[in-house]
Each structure stands twice: as structure tokens, then as C-alpha cells.
Design a protein around this ligand. Sequence first.
Ligand code: ZN
Length: 226
Amino acid sequence: MLIVSVFILILIFMIYSFIPSNIEKKKFFNKNKKSEKVIYLTFDDGPSEYTKNLLQLLKYYNIKATFFCIANFAKINKNIIEIMKQDGHLIALHSLKHRNAMIQGIFETKLDLEDSIKIMKDLEVDVKYYRPPWGDSNLCLLKELKKKDLKLILWNVMAEDWRGDTSEDIIADKLLSRVNKGDIICLHDGRGKNEAPLKTINALKKVIPIFLEKGYKFKTIDEYEN
Ligand SMILES: [Zn+2]
């Protein structure tokens, strides 16, 4: 009996979240590279105490990025959201409080999304793009995103910049060796251990001039076509 119950639970998990999550991930991770020299900088897990510095850096190079904000963090950092708007960045959503959708039931999934959208609306941000924490989704989330006209956006380049044991040089090296035409780069301006976002910003100080020199253009996700 126990074995049957465990089997059913695993089956539900596979159908509800594991398989749909992986189908969505494959769409992004296995994408065909485009010939145009465009890259998409995206930042998750903010806004945070580090985001202002990042915005200054982007402004210096006149680069527009996409910020996948955690709604609860956006709520307590209204001034940063305002700067993002003024500077012409694209503000997108990264859930309410960074819970993994794989372990969220239907009710919690809906509530998370509804509360997030409401917070962003109160901040006068009309979100059109959504990136779930860890890129994990579930069937309910995918259905709700469609209903609410939110497009799911993952990434295809990471530099593991959230890790506590990384350094700005490691992040910079990973970006320089991994980034290619048409890539969506996922970095983090919040959370992370040992001042991880600070290392991300310092790595960007090194690599942005190199990418510009190579002729890359930085665009926001609303210009991404897949
Ligand atoms: Zn995240």
C-alpha cells in the first residue's frame, strides 16, 4: 500500500511540475543561436541594497536590462523601482517571495501570482514577463501565466553568481567564455551569500566594456523573439 502511495505521489509530481518545468527549460536552454550580436542582461532576486550601484553602472554605459523582481522586495524598495522606470529598464516578475513552484499547490500558486501582480500594479508597473524562481514551474502556474498574459522567460547563460564561494574574476571569466549571440544572461542583484551581488556588479564592470568592444548590443526581453 505504501509503495502504491509513494508511486502515485511521484507520478503526480512528475505530471504536475517536473515534466512541465523541464519542457519549458529545454525551450530556452537548447535554443538556436541567432546571428545578430545581441545579448540580454537579466537580473533576478532584487531589488536589494546593491541594485542602485548596478543601475548606476548600467546608466554609465547606457545599457538597458531586464529586472525580474521579487514582488515583496519591490514593495519595500519603491525608490529603486522608480529609478528602473526612469532609466528605461524593463521590470518583470520573479514571484512574490521566491518560493519554488514545484512544491506549490494550485491555491498557493494562484495566490502568489495574484499578490505579486497586485504589488507591481500598486507600483504602477504593468508586468508582461515572468521568471519563476530556479526556473521551476507547475501546470497551474503555466496556465495562470497564459490567462494573465504573462510570458515565461528563462535564460540560457548563468555564471553561478549567487554562490558564496565565487569571485568577481570567476564570474567575469564565465561570462566571457559562455556568452554568445542572442543569449539571455541570468545574473542576480539580490539574495546570494557573501555579498554575491557586489561581485556580480564588479564582474560586469570588467565584461561590459569587452562586450561593447566586440560589438554586442544589449537589449531588453521585450525585444527577444524565440
Ligand atoms: Zn531567483
